[in-house]
Write a protein that binds this ligand. Sequence first.
Ligand code: NAG
Ligand code: NAG
Ligand code: NAG
Ligand code: NAG
Ligand code: NAG
Length: 628
Amino acid sequence: MKLPQSAWLAGIFTALASAAILPRDDEPSDSVLTPGDVADFPVLGFGDFDNNPSSGKRSTASHCKYIPGDSQWPSNSEWSVLNFFTGGSLVKPDPVGKVCYKGSAYDAARCANVTAEWSNSDLHAGHPTSIMSPLYQGLTCLPQDSSFANHQCTLGGYPIYVVNARNAWDVQAGVNFARNTNIRLVIKNTGHDFAGKSSGSYSLSIRTHMLKDIAVIKNYKSKYYSGPAIKAGSGIQGFELYAAAHAAGLMAVGGEGMTVGWGGGYIQGGGHSPLSSLHGMAADQVLSYEVVLANGCFVTADKDTNSDLFWALRGGGGSAFGVVISITVKAFTERPVTISTFNFTASAADVAKYDSGDYSNDDFWAVIKHYLSLFPEHADQGIYSYWNIFPSYTVKGAQTFTMQPYFAVGKTVAQVNALLQSLVDTASAHGITIHPNTVHYPSFYEGWKAGFPKETVGLYTSQPGSRLFPRANWANDTWDTTFDAIRQVVSASFMIGFNIAPSLTAGGVTEDENAVNPAWRNTVLHAIAGVMWDASIRNFTLIREYQRNFTHGPMQLWRDLTPGSGAYLGEADINEPDWQQAFYGCKYSKLYSIKKKYDLSGVFFAETAVGSEDWKAGNDRLGRLCRV
Ligand SMILES: *[C@@H]1O[C@H](CO)[C@@H](O)[C@H](O)[C@H]1NC(C)=O
Ligand SMILES: *[C@@H]1O[C@H](CO)[C@@H](O)[C@H](O)[C@H]1NC(C)=O
Ligand SMILES: *[C@@H]1O[C@H](CO)[C@@H](O)[C@H](O)[C@H]1NC(C)=O
Ligand SMILES: *[C@@H]1O[C@H](CO)[C@@H](O)[C@H](O)[C@H]1NC(C)=O
Ligand SMILES: *[C@@H]1O[C@H](CO)[C@@H](O)[C@H](O)[C@H]1NC(C)=O
């Protein structure tokens, strides 16, 4: 299956590639690779449906994916073929932090920039390999660590090569190459996933970030839906989706996060949204996908074509079934929005007790209890809210609640203030002043832009975990214990919370219609908490101990209170026990069989993705990927 290994041929490919004979910008964005294109290049040949393990490819010869140093690792001339076929878009990137380390890559100005921008999601979204949760890369090239004695920047869990895909053609070439050479493949869109799914040791990465075509379809018509729709490349990010929709007087269901890669793991994993309490999950809106399969074929998946794949790609998660190239979704006529922001901290009476060692903050928590008690009622009004509780910067022992923002589509300032009045009154009764800053915007787009600050990313001194709290926990007999567990966990930690209710009714779907985690449908609170450790710690034995204690301590408390519920796969604990149930619920067995149908040989892998239990990348997830 190897190319003719003659030196002149390899030389020609290298020359062709470096001369950029295929100009990148002239390449049509709708180019599709066909078997005829690669007839002379077996390393890019198409697979069968991966149902035929006797096809003699390298992929069937080994239990493990190949890594550099293995005799079967692709030769330079094979990499040159991939580079040639992808118009020179194959790159071998340094870690983003390498410019801070002594050596040929050192660059003081860029280092200063990377260091300053570390928590800015644009830095990582704009880099071919960088991810927003560097913990899962192994922390081997943090710019902050370049002054550590004897510390050198290494690749860690970052991919070795990246195809900066411009179209389906490039993606197909990358998938075929990885499958035929039996190397690990990862897919990166922006890198927002909490478990670092868009990274992986010794891998080839396909980057979908540049698939930016977007078109509004004013009158989409099929036998299932008539109305406005948007067709977007999978590289489209939240801010681009919203801007394009707004320009046509529309809004679409996307994340709150400005830079989140809407068309990647976000929508495939379900995708929660400021519009969820009104319109359900992002995945509920999908009319059609264009997808590159594990065998290299470019196909459509909708209700009539590859309908099982279509079902799985609406909630079953990214990096498991194929590489999505484009998505067509329902859009909605834009509506005005009122948003409110406010914050509060401990009462004077709470703070007065600190001297005697009493950090119970009873007033503070009484106000939070009142606010949380409103969640079913507010969600029923179509409200979404996004807020957090963090230790106070200024008063040791206190915590601050920040609402950023309370988001009310179609409501007036007076209506929103009325919804918040009992909270203001309760706070006042507890010696806490809340002044909601409530502002009306004429459109969803303007409200969203004003309401949501850009995400802070790049943290590596905490392990997050999350739980979807169902409405049933608000019943009289369970509410007090539910609140007590939230208070207990968050008093010693932090919380990022969402009042959100993406019910089946809101989404206009039936339970069986797509693969969205059923736990979402009864949820009124998506709660993220985490354990934090000292910023100086790099000892992974110790970090794993913090993680283990968190997973089996505080998070178990939340699991015990919400039996049968789950967690959102994109913002979860990577160590979630029984993650198949937690992230996919009763849909897991069907998802697993669809995985086996479309990707029997395991071309696609990401931690906690469907079928990932069949593989293991070592105890620390940073080693060679092998079948278990
Ligand atoms: C870092 O570089 C980017 C791109 O050149 C620039 O937009 C940004 O302002 C820089 N940031 C800082 C803190 O200098
Ligand atoms: C809380 O709100 C006040 C008034 O709007 C603002 O000045 C302050 O920065 C906010 N504090 C936090 C921690 O967000
Ligand atoms: C729950 O308690 C409230 C007030 O304590 C009461 O009005 C309501 O009827 C109770 N609901 C149920 C279902 O018992
Ligand atoms: C790392 O942490 C573990 C657990 O606390 C400890 O036993 C070990 O000595 C530490 N290793 C180093 C190199 O400090
Ligand atoms: C983990 O929990 C054990 C048992 O409670 C405790 O002894 C240990 O100190 C904890 N480790 C960390 C890193 O918090």
